[in-house]
Design a protein around this ligand. Structure first.
Ligand code: DX5
Ligand code: ZN
Length: 218
């Protein structure tokens, strides 16, 4: 079984004090910082871009997991890599015709790469590119906003992907994103996820350290 990593999403942080928020994640036991980049076109919301990633990079030694919810990600991956991303994930829905090339482009910049599928996209769509990925991300909400309810059909996709990954014998992480709580995380892990994104669960918790530990140990 792969190590469980907790990746709080800074989408739910207070953007006016991002440095402090990221340091608090590190101090409270987070393993990864999940950075949700939204362009207002691919999704119905706008967050932040390259400059924010560059500035966050200076505040933490935790890996930065950049989840690009943008159209034409190939235009920006080199700059996100240069800004300090450790892994960049891109949506199948944003690059249906060139996902393989975009993943290869990310790798060529020296950072890890991952493919993401929305709740209504079957695993089948990314099957061919899985061997190229360092991580596969299953969305358990439609991207755009934090605090939505977990869509449970994501569990079947996790099981399907876990089987494919195990069979490949490759070292590929399986990440889940959206609606994770300390109540549903055990089932999510049993289905095969080992990188757990949690936005509102961590940032709304009274005690972040306890919440991160609960998500890790469940
Ligand atoms: C959704 C984002 C998520 C989001 C998760 O578009 O990709 O990373 O921040 O937030 P919660 O954990 O609150 O569902
Ligand atoms: Zn995300």
């Amino acid at each position: 079984m792969k190590t469980i990593k907790i990746a709080p999403s800074i989408l739910s942080a207070d953007f006016s004090k991002m440095g402090e928020e990221v340091r608090s994640l590190e101090q409270n036991g987070a393993d990864v910082v999940h950075c949700d980049v939204m362009d207002g076109v691919f999704v119905n919301n706008i967050t932040f871009g390259i400059k924010m990633v560059e500035d966050i990079r200076k505040t933490t030694s935790l890996p930065l997991d950049c989840h690009l919810m943008i159209v034409h990600p190939e235009k920006y991956v080199e700059r996100f890599a240069k800004a300090g991303a450790d892994i960049i994930t891109v949506h199948w829905e944003a690059c249906q015709d060139n996902l393989k090339e975009v993943l290869q482009l990310i790798k060529s910049t020296g950072v890890k790469c991952g493919a993401v599928i929305n709740p209504d996209t079957p695993v089948e769509k990314i099957k061919d590119v899985i061997p190229l990925c360092d991580m596969v991300l299953v969305m358990s909400v439609f991207p755009g906003f934090g605090g939505q309810k977990f869509i449970s059909s994501a569990l079947d996709k996790l099981r399907e992907l876990r089987a494919i990954i195990d069979e490949s014998g490759k070292d590929i992480d399986l990440e889940i994103d959206g609606g994770v709580t300390k109540e549903n995380v055990a089932e999510i892990k049993r289905a095969g996820a080992n990188v757990i994104v949690a936005g509102s669960a961590v940032f709304k918790a009274e005690n972040r350290a306890e919440m991160i530990k609960a998500l890790k140990d469940a």
